[in-house]
Write a new protein. Structure first.
Length: 321
């Protein structure tokens, strides 16, 4: 690669073109259907560092499985086992990891835009490819891409066009980085008119200026009528204590819980997605969460691994590493 060519990172869903997203879905399908032994070891002898400054179950392990499947050496760092806990500046931590010759640095961080800023760090002795694994309340692009892959597969099975889907997002949308990435993706796909955002007023988004044609409501049961896809988002107690009154959490499940009493309002083939972790008996009843006729939560995880393999392979290829 020409040294003047900028490195392509994945900080936001908007870093990708529609053609690239379609390519990633094809590639993810290939990986999902390929036995591990048949997978080209694209990342053989490369080092992939997962730098997680915030806890994770799904994302850190999904990136580890994906990178190792492609032959990479994977090193996981969390705040508790790094010198962050001694007060090291997080950007200094990243610079040191880059200096070790990291090919990829996958970052989760509590601050919005942290990975974007890492991608602009000057004076690195070695330039890695950065991937955003969730930054504050801003974005979680690889989760949205994995979910979109799953939805595409569902449409293929039903012989349905993704542009015909009625998609409902409900819960704490304001603080959900996954919801933000999905909404950016829907806007790129030009399907905003089919997207319904449902939340109590304190947790609702207002994208009227940025992304026109989205539908807004605070009534879950009304909104899920004939829905094809329902995405639930966790009520985030850690973010909401300052901006909503204390009764909202206990009342939330009365007005914003999806369960076997209201799911029948949706389309009969409806898929229920949730990026996890789930508050059982709050946004989803336990019974619905475990009902595989509807619940795609574990399928999201397996599609996420395949999508992350596709993302690694794509970024390695276009950066000519
Ligand atoms: N979906 C997701 O980001 O889950 P984790 O917080 O467990 O990584």
């Amino acid at each position: 690669m020409n040294s003047n060519t900028p490195i392509k990172h994945l900080n936001s869903i908007e870093d990708l073109s529609i053609a690239e997203i379609e390519h990633l879905i094809d590639k993810a399908l290939f990986f999902k259907n390929s036995p591990l032994k048949d997978i080209n070891k694209t990342l053989s002898d490369k080092f992939c560092f997962n730098m997680f400054f915030e806890n994770s179950t799904r994302t850190i392990n999904s990136f580890s499985v994906a990178a190792q499947s492609l032959g990479a050496h994977v090193i996981n760092n969390t705040t508790s086992n790094s010198s962050s806990s001694k007060g090291e500046d997080d950007f200094d931590t990243i610079k040191n990891i880059a200096a070790m010759g990291a090919k990829f640095i996958v970052i989760r961080h509590p601050h919005n835009m942290f990975t974007h800023l890492c991608a602009k760090l000057p004076n690195l002795t070695h330039q890695p490819i950065f991937i955003n694994a969730g930054d504050g309340t801003n974005e979680h692009p690889t989760q949205a891409l994995g979910d979109w892959f799953l939805i595409n597969q569902h449409c293929k099975n039903l012989n349905k066009n993704t542009k015909e889907l009625k998609i409902v997002l409900f819960g704490d949308l304001l603080n959900s980085r996954v919801a933000h990435s999905h909404i950016k993706l829907f806007n790129m796909l030009n399907i905003n008119h089919n997207i319904h955002l449902v939340a109590p007023i304190e947790l609702q988004l207002d994208y009227r200026q940025t992304y026109p044609n989205l539908n807004y409501s605070f009534k879950l049961n009304e909104s899920i009528k004939d829905a094809d896809i329902i995405m639930a988002f966790r009520f985030k107690k850690e973010y909401t204590s300052n901006n909503i009154h204390s009764g909202t959490f206990s009342e939330f499940k009365n007005f914003y819980q999806l369960n076997h009493q209201n799911i029948h309002l949706a389309n009969k083939n409806v898929l229920v997605l949730h990026p996890g972790p789930v508050n059982r008996e709050i946004e989803l009843s336990s019974k619905l969460m475990d009902d595989l006729q509807y619940s795609q939560i574990l399928s999201q995880v397996s599609h996420g691994v395949a999508m992350r393999k596709a993302i690694f392979a794509h970024l390695a290829h276009i950066n000519n590493h």
